[in-house]
Structure formats: C-alpha cells, structure tokens
Design a protein around this ligand. Structure first.
Ligand SMILES: Cc1cc2nc3c(=O)[nH]c(=O)nc-3n(C[C@H](O)[C@H](O)[C@H](O)COP(=O)(O)O)c2cc1C
Length: 219
C-alpha cells in the first residue's frame, strides 16, 4: 500500500502511534518528489506537477500570485530556489515583504503541497553567479529583455532582441542577461500536505520553525 493511500485508509480504531510513525515517511517522500521535479529536464515526457508552482506574495495593496519553475531543492536544510528577472514586480514585492507561500499541485498523485517560506534575494553575489553558471543559453534567454518586465509597450513585445526570437543566444551574447538575473532562495518554515482521495482526504503539517513538529490535520 502506498504511503498516501495507507494514510487515507487510516481507521479510527488503529493505534494512534502507527499513524504518527508514518508522518516522517510522508514528509521524506514529499521532499524527494520536489527534488525529483526540480532535477527534471524540460524535454522529459512525464512532467511532474511539482516542476512549476504558484508563488503568492504580499504587497502594500494586498496579495499577488504567479507561476514559476522550481529550480533547486535542498532536502537536508529545507530550502528551495526559483529564478526571476531582477526587475520584475515579484522581486520588488519580496524585497519589501520576504514572506511568501509556494503552492504545488501534482494532478497524477492528487497531491497539493503548500510551503510557507522566508525568501532571500540574490542578484550580485556568488549564489546568483553559481546558478547562472549552470544555466544553459535557453534558460539565459529569458533574461535578455531590453524592457523592464511589466512595462507598457506600443506593440506585442517578445522579451528578447528581434534576432533572438527564433534563435538561441551564443554564450557570449547570453552574458548580457546576467545583470537581470535574480535567484530567490526560500527557507521553508512549514510544509502542508494534502492528498485528495474518494476514501477520505489526507492532510498533514510539517513545521520546521520556530520549532520542529509534525501532525495530521483534519482535511
Ligand atoms: C508555467 C509558467 C512558468 C513560469 N516560470 C517563471 C519563472 O520561473 N520565473 C519567472 O520570473 N516567471 C515565470 N513565469 C511568468 C510569471 O508567471 C509572471 O507572469 C511574470 O514573471 C511576471 O510576474 P510578476 O509581475 O509578478 O513579477 C512563468 C509562467 C508560467 C505560465
């Protein structure tokens, strides 16, 4: 029986200690699925739903949200990373309000993960340099926009110089994107797991800060 369905089938008469013992497995599996998604290449056919996520931020005018790609996961230290144009609205929002919520949905496993995070921005430092060095020219192309993201344009603007619309930049050309590249490091304070099932949903919370704690929740 899978961890997920075992939890979903949990019967009230079962010993409580058995259910509690399964929590660490569920937590480990969820993190491993996140890491596998981050390491997945774009051209792999069976894309995990965890490869992209919604990042919800706070602003002085309320809430905001958008999709991003999950780039790296550190299971041992409970960190995840994503990238953005340093001039983008989300980066300005995170500068003012570092707290964010990362929302994942894997439609194959029927699992939602909700991560409560504290973010740290990296632009002109060795962390950003390290991620930039490992990014191929196709990834770097996204940072070559001459126009600040979100600014009004007189006509549809593809976000790259005209000659690169149907081409990849050379490595040398791609370096122009480095100044626009931001790495958003997310320290995970808590992870909430929800699996939907006709037999009954499974919901659990894994808290890392201020103290470590894991518990089942009513769905
Ligand atoms: C599937 C998908 C993946 C995306 N990945 C990223 C990403 O990794 N980084 C990013 O900055 N924007 C990404 N975007 C674009 C953002 O959702 C958003 O439209 C853009 O970054 C502007 O957001 P902002 O104004 O809140 O900064 C992605 C959009 C989609 C639909």
């Amino acid at each position: 029986m899978s961890i997920q369905s075992a939890a979903a089938n949990h019967h009230p008469s079962q010993e409580n200690s058995k259910a509690v013992a399964m929590l660490p497995d569920l937590e480990r599996t969820s993190w491993e699925q996140l890491r596998a998604a981050a390491e997945q290449k774009d051209d792999q056919p069976e894309a995990s739903g965890f490869k992209t996520m919604t990042v919800a931020t706070c602003t002085s005018r309320g809430a905001d949200a958008r999709m991003v790609v999950l780039r790296r996961v550190d299971i041992d230290h409970k960190y995840v990373w994503f990238y953005s144009d340093a001039r983008a609205e989300k980066v300005l929002q995170l500068e003012a309000f570092p707290q964010a919520s990362l929302l994942f949905w894997d439609s194959n496993r029927h699992v939602q993960l909700r991560l409560t995070v504290e973010t740290r921005l990296h632009t002109d430092d060795y962390v950003a340099d390290d991620h930039w060095e490992k990014l191929g020219v196709a990834g770097r192309k996204a940072y070559l926009s001459e126009q600040k993201p979100g600014t009004e344009q007189p006509h549809p603007y593809p976000g790259v110089p005209d000659h690169l619309v149907n081409n990849l930049p050379s490595i040398e050309e791609s370096e122009a994107g480095r100044k626009n590249f931001a790495v958003i490091e997310c320290r995970v304070l808590a992870m909430e797991y929800l699996q939907l099932s006709r037999q009954g949903h499974t919901r659990a919370c894994f808290q890392y800060e201020p103290e470590s704690k894991m518990s089942w929740l009513a769905p």
